[in-house]
Design a protein around this ligand. Sequence first.
Ligand code: PHE
Length: 344
Amino acid sequence: MKEQLEAIQAEALERIYQTEDMKELQDIKVAYLGKKGSLTGVLRGMGKLSKEERPAVGEIANRVREAITVSLDEKTEKLEQAELEQQLQAETIDVTLPGRPVKVGGSHLLTNIVEEIEDLFIGMGYEIREGPEVETDFYNFEALNLPKNHPARDMQDTFYITNELLMRTHTSPVQARTMREFKGEKPVKMICPGKVYRRDTDDATHSHQFTQIEGLYVDKNVRMSDLKGTLDAFAKKMFGEDREIRLRPSFFPFTEPSVEMDISCKVCNGEGCNVCKGTGWIEILGGGMVHPRVLEMGGYDPEEYSGFAFGMGPERIAMLKYGVNDIRQFYTNDIRFLKQYHHA
Ligand code: PHE
C-alpha cells in the first residue's frame, strides 16, 4: 500500500508539473483528491489494514495528500500569474506613439461678422432682440407702413405661406414687435440680427436667404444727426478710422426722410476703381427717421417720440471687408473658404 501511495504521488506530481492549463489542473485535482479520486480510493481501503499498520500508512497517506495539495496550489498560482502577465502584455499602451491630430472647427465668417457688429452696438447701449422667421403679414408689412397692395411691397419679393403668413423679408418686424411690447412707455434701443428670405434667383450677389441686422432707436428728441453720428462711428470701427461716410436721399416706406449710406472706397481711397465702379463710394446700408405712422402703430406718440432706424446685410459687409466676391460662398460650406476666417 505504501508503494501504491508513493506511485500515486509521483504520478500526480508529474501530471501537475506537465500541465500548463488551468482546466486540466482542476481535472487533476478531482482525479486524485476528489470523492472518486485515486488517493481517496486508497484511503478508503485503509479499513482493511491491521491496527499496527494503520498509523504508518495513515501518515504516508497524509503526506501524499499534503504534497499533492501544495503542488496543486503552487501550480495554480503560477498559472494565474502567467495569465495576468499575458493580459497585461496584450493591453499595453504605447504612450510614445504619435497621436492622430483632431480637426478643430471654428465659427463661420458670417457668425464672426454678426458678433462683431453686435459687440459694437452693445458698446453703444443697444440691446439684441430676436423674432420669428415665419412672420405675419401684419408685422412684416402693415405695421411698417406697407398696407396691402402698396406698390413698395414689390421691393421685397416674398415667400408666402398663406395669405397672412410669410417668411420674413427683413428683420424690421422685430422692431415693430418690440415697440408694441414696450407699449410706448419707454425708449427703444435695439438691434435685431437674423435670417431673412426673398424670392430671388441665387447668383454672385443675390441669395434667397441671407442675413440682416437692423437697428432702432426711439426716444424723445432723436434727430437725424444722431443717426449720422451713430453710423459714422459704426463705419469707422468696422472699416477703419480713415473711412468717410456720406448719406444719400433714398426711399423706404417705414422711414421719412430715408437715406442710404456709402463709405469711401478702401481700395482706391475715393479715387475711383472697379470695386467702387469708379465712384469712390460703396453703398453699405439703408436707414432713416422712423415714419410717424410706424411710431403710431408701434404705440408711440409721434408728437412726443421720434426715432431712427437702419438696416444692413452682414454678407455684404463681410464681402467688402474681406474681398469675398460671391455671396454663395457663405452657404456652400467649402471648408477651404471657411477655414481662412477661423479665429485662432
Ligand atoms: N428693412 C429694410 C430692408 O430690408 C432696411 C431698412 C431698415 C431701411 C431700417 C431703413 C430702415 O431693406
